[in-house]
Design a protein around this ligand. Structure first.
Ligand SMILES: [Zn+2]
Length: 163
């Protein structure tokens, strides 16, 4: 019998993997605990890889497109009244457009240099908020700039029904 140092349960030695580095030749955590530790580690690694990828221009643009998509399809419920059903350009058209914009690379570089400050995250703003994500209606701004403009257009939307 051996007590697992993680869950504290005393179990038959068969419940412990053989491990050369320990005194008794068995792991200090039971099999179930080791499996769980590995699962957690794998998940952390995966998240880290995703985050790293989203800090490359290509990975970043993929995420930005997903965000735009979730707005116009109404996945983001709280802002659905502002976006639902608006036109959205094709994914690859978006990538081409973004990569042709010097402003994208400038903002991306600033964001990178400032340690990925959330307020400085580049984001696509629609110039005319009654229109969708279409050529001629998109420009790159920082996250905080877009939030500020967003609150202005929210006010406008609230006033409109009273007229
Ligand atoms: Zn255990």
């Amino acid at each position: 019998m051996k007590i697992c140092i993680r869950c504290g349960i005393e179990q038959s030695i068969d419940e412990f993997r053989k491990q050369k580095e320990t005194k008794d030749g068995y792991a200090n955590q039971c099999r179930l605990c080791l499996n769980e530790i590995q699962r957690i580690k794998r998940k952390e690694n995966k998240n880290e890889t995703t985050h790293k990828y989203e800090k490359t221009p290509t990975g970043f643009l993929m995420r930005e497109y997903r965000n735009m998509e979730s707005r116009v399809t109404g996945v983001q419920k709280e802002k659905a009244h502002l976006y639902l059903g608006l036109p959205l350009l094709d994914r690859f058209e978006f990538y081409d457009w973004a990569k042709s914009q010097q402003s994208f690379f400038v903002l991306f570089k600033i964001w990178e240099n400032k340690g990925y400050d959330r307020k400085l995250t580049p984001t696509v703003d629609r110039i005319d908020s009654s229109k969708g994500y279409e050529f001629g209606n998109m420009e790159w701004v920082t996250h905080s700039e877009n939030s500020r403009r967003g609150s202005v257009s929210t006010k406008r939307v609230k006033i409109t029904p009273m007229n």
